[in-house]
Design a protein around this ligand. Structure first.
Ligand code: ADP
Ligand code: ZN
Length: 728
């Protein structure tokens, strides 16, 4: 419950600079509710803030500055306010910055925008014409509806003057209506598909959980195409039927369209969507409606977690293992973990859905912290693809080609049957390396610690770290010799050249994020491929994410060894997930699928686990290794990243921190580094990282805060703390 009180109010103010804490203001005449979004004076400015409670200061009310105005009537709930505080604590983010994430709706406090709409009037027009009849027929069909001028003229197929004429005749009424209208109601009672026995059992368990009205997390594991979506939509139905809101997080905007269509099929109306691709008007509408309960189901990107839901009963994190759930800039948080926190504070459920769960979630399920439900077989006649390695040591390869004769033969066979093949290579651009044959130097980015990657499509070299591009040089930037630069190694564009040369009659599609100007263009391309517009598809990791290509029966992984080099403890997990996901694209409909893995090390334990499909054994072995290393999820890890334009000075501060670790040693934590961060230089800034490892139960955040508190950073230095870093 939100209390309602007059007098002094404690308000968390949205400043750009850190403040010691909430400030006291005088509530307006009618009092204030806790959680209300208000505007208050701060120095000479007016800023937004959230009422945190009753005033507690020593000032009498007469000394307080008054609240300027109430911006949004619907207050943030207690669960939401707790979430902001707890997520700020967890990620060591200043609370004002967290508040900023929650309040970043455009036009907060603006008068509701109005628009003109038309409804059925009370009079018959004295003169009836066919166009007038058409308009009235549309209006009568949707008796309760209000149309804008544009909508009505389109629906009736008449010019706007016909509508204006009907208003004059009294047959239509003109009204002003608020622009921020609720989203169409979803019909939770509509029956879904007939579920298989396995699916029905899982759906029943999920429904029970939602019905309990208490917090709980379920790992819903099932191979691609086993019906996970179908099953978790049942939990959504239960949630809606109970009058609570539901949120479905997707890892990729391009998946939203297909998902919304599915929601419409299931519940008779579209869900609200939230991601970087929606308009400012939509953003504002959704923010308001979520707070007022006028949006029952939201589908969105990770930042949707910070929307002010009034009554959040369920959060689904689809493809929960996906690394895009981790935000790596600004506030560093993992949406999967924050979803669990949010639900635990609002008495809601979480469903983590994946064919290849993160090791964290697998372990949590093993330990009984999460419930686990498994869908073991694909729906209908589709079966999991057959997996086989192509031993590249034994394949005769000609110079500058990457498709082995065995893989080429398999593609050929698919083309003869009119089926699709996918060639997977997780490298954007034409060639990853541009090397000078005269001096041996590689062309590197001048701002970053990264190679420049040739993009022939753009006719430029591009840095994948900072996005800088330069024209393809004809002269080596190092030795200035002309005509000796050579492209080395394959990217998807180069692979496309090879495919075109080898299969000149094939229709080819290349799916790589930088070949599409917009999410919409990408979505259109994906839909065309699904409809059969290509024989061979070349794709980066973009294609691993949940797209459904019914005609696809062959997946060829060009370089299965790509992710296995390097010392990162997560390398095995990531490679396993990626290749299993990509392989899962094959054989979703009647025709059985096959996945061929080109590898130079078929005996590698990760490659063997991918081929054998003995996933439980793979996870158990990985978990044992992490446990022995005291690494997450068995221990806790944090990265501290220092950055500045001056490498030596950055290392100096890192070394200073590494010498003064009493606060960390007091909780038994170990410090490693300073060392160059995984991305060692970005946009001209050098990045140095210290890694801190602690026991699971150690109060890590508090010790980290105390450790860095005495550090005075010179101008142009930055310090960021990354709790649970992606690479370690
Ligand atoms: P996942 O999310 O595990 O990849 P989906 O829920 O997308 O699986 O299901 C894969 C395909 O099978 C979809 O086209 C879906 O409509 C269909 N499907 C799944 N379960 C059923 C069912 N019980 N009846 C009919 N079609 C189903
Ligand atoms: Zn760069």
């Amino acid at each position: 419950m939100n209390d309602f009180f007059p007098g002094g109010a404690r308000i968390a103010v949205l400043t750009t600079q850190p403040l010691p804490g909430p400030l006291d203001y005088l509530a307006p005449e009618g009092g204030l509710s806790t959680g209300a979004v208000v505007e208050v004076p701060l120095g000479p400015r007016r800023v937004a803030g959230v009422v945190w409670g009753r005033g507690e200061g020593d000032f009498p009310a007469s000394k307080l500055r008054p609240v300027s105005r109430v911006l949004e009537a619907a207050p943030l709930t207690e669960g939401m306010r707790d979430f902001l505080i707890r997520s700020a604590d967890y990620t060591l983010t200043p609370p004002y910055q967290m508040l900023r994430m929650a309040l970043r709706a455009p036009g907060l406090g603006d008068e509701p925008a109005m628009r003109r709409v038309y409804r059925l009037g009370h009079h018959e027009p004295s003169r009836m014409t066919p166009p007038r009849q058409q308009v009235l027929a549309v209006m009568e069909e949707f008796a309760e509806a209000a149309f804008t001028l544009g909508e009505l003229s389109e629906a009736a197929g008449v010019s706007t003057s016909v509508i204006k004429g009907l208003v004059k005749a009294g047959a239509l009424r003109e009204e002003e209506a608020p622009r921020d209208t609720p989203y169409p109601a979803l019909d939770a009672a509509r029956p879904g598909l007939d579920l298989t026995e396995d699916q029905a059992e899982a759906a029943a368990r999920l429904r029970e959980g939602v019905a309990s009205g208490t917090y709980g997390t379920t790992l819903l594991r099932g191979v691609t195409g086993s019906g996970k979506t179908e099953v978790y939509l049942e939990a959504v139905a239960e949630c809606l039927a109970r009058g609570r809101q539901a949120l479905v997080l997707l890892p990729e905007i391009a998946l939203t369209g297909a998902f919304l269509a599915r929601v419409e099929e299931r519940f008779g109306a579209k869900a609200a969507e939230w991601h970087s691709g929606i308009t400012m008007t939509e953003r504002r509408r959704l923010w308001k409606m979520v707070g007022e309960g006028g949006a029952e189901l939201v589908v969105g990107a990770r930042s949707a977690l910070f929307l002010p839901f009034r009554e959040l009963g369920l959060i689904v994190v689809d493809e929960e293992h996906d690394t895009s759930y981790k935000q790596e800039e600004g506030v560093l948080y993992n949406a999967r973990d924050m979803a669990v926190l949010r639900a635990s504070l609002s008495g809601g459920r979480v469903i983590l859905a994946s064919a290849t769960p993160s090791l964290e979630s697998w372990v949590n399920a093993e330990q009984g912290k999460y419930e686990r439900l498994d869908l073991t077989s694909r729906f209908g006649p589709a079966v999991m693809p057959k997996m086989r390695a192509i031993d590249m040591r034994a394949e005769p390869m000609s110079h500058g080609t990457w498709i082995s004769p065995s893989l080429a033969a398999a593609v050929e066979a698919r083309m003869e049957k009119g089926e699709q093949s996918l060639l997977f290579l997780n490298r954007r651009g034409y060639a990853p390396v541009t090397l000078c044959r005269a001096c041996g130097e590689q062309v590197a980015c001048r701002n970053c610690d990264a190679r420049m990657v040739e993009h022939r499509f753009l006719k430029r070299l591009m840095c994948h770290q900072c996005g800088e591009t330069i024209p393809v040089p004809t002269v080596c930037p190092s030795c200035e010799v002309e005509g000796k630069l050579a492209a080395l190694g394959p990217g998807v564009e180069r692979l496309a050249e090879e495919v075109t040369a080898r299969f000149p009659e094939a229709r080819l599609a290349v799916l790589s994020s930088d070949l599409f100007g917009s999410a919409r263009a990408l979505k259109a391309a994906i839909e065309e491929i699904a409809a059969g517009a290509a024989d061979i598809v070349i794709g980066t990791q973009l294609v691993a994410k949940g797209h459904n290509f019914p005609l696809l029966t062959l997946v060829g992984v060009i370089d299965s060894d790509l992710g296995l080099q390097g010392s990162d403890l997560r390398a095995a997990e990531k490679t396993f997930q990626l290749i299993r996901q990509v392989a899962g694209r094959a054989g979703r409909a009647e025709a059985p699928g096959e996945a061929l893995l080109q590898t130079f090390q078929p005996e590698h334990p990760v490659i063997r686990a991918i081929l054998s499909g003995e996933e439980e054994r793979f996870w158990a072995a990985e978990a044992a290794e992490r446990k022995a290393a005291g690494a997450p999820p068995f221990g806790r890890m944090a990265g501290l990243i220092l950055s500045s334009p001056d490498l030596q000075a950055t290392f100096d501060i890192g070394n200073l921190l590494a010498r003064n670790t009493e606060k960390l040693r007091a909780i038994g934590a170990e410090v490693y580094g300073p060392a160059p961060a995984p991305i060692a230089r970005v946009r001209g800034r050098h990045r140095v990282r210290l890694l801190v490892k602690a026991a699971k139960s150690a109060p890590l955040q508090q010790a980290l805060a105390e450790w860095v508190a005495p550090v005075k950073l010179p101008a142009n230095f930055r310090l960021a703390i990354d709790i649970d870093p992606q690479s370690f």
